[in-house]
Ligand binder design. Structure first.
Ligand code: AMP
Ligand code: ZN
Length: 118
């Protein structure tokens, strides 16, 4: 499996991990688009929201709640933040393993996260 996020989940690839439990792991984005940019990643390899099934409801709920807790921990719960699931190439998805972007604390270049110009 050459999925980069599976490799991080399995500890085969280094990442700046900030949280983990049995279902998910959270780490700092290697190329941040905001002052705080974390990725909340399911441990199960699910390609994207498009591939979610009814039985995955619990994972998604935990991802959102973990993002909420991390927003508080990183001090952006009051200033505000953005939670983003990019889906497919047209939606800006580069890594085909389900992840939730947590962005806040001021956006770099005042840009929209996860999108290129074309
Ligand atoms: P997406 O465009 O929604 O697929 O987001 C993938 C994100 O993963 C991008 O923001 C990348 O900067 C980030 N990323 C890719 N490889 C790594 C890595 N090894 N460690 C941390 N973040 C990564
Ligand atoms: Zn994977």
């Amino acid at each position: 499996m050459d999925c980069i996020f599976c490799q991080i989940v399995q500890g085969k690839q280094k990442a700046d991990v900030v949280y983990g439990n049995d279902k998910l792991i959270a780490f700092k984005d290697i190329s941040p688009k905001a002052n705080i940019h974390l990725l909340v990643v399911s441990k199960k390899h699910i390609i994207s929201v498009n591939e979610l099934e009814n039985k995955d409801k619990g994972i998604v709920g935990e991802m959102v709640l973990a993002a909420k807790s991390l927003a508080k921990e990183f001090g952006i719960d009051q200033s505000g933040y953005r939670l983003v699931f990019n889906v497919g190439r047209g939606g800006g998805q580069i890594v085909d393993h389900l992840h939730l972007h947590l962005l806040g604390g001021g956006f770099l270049n005042n840009g929209q996260p996860g999108f290129t110009d074309n």
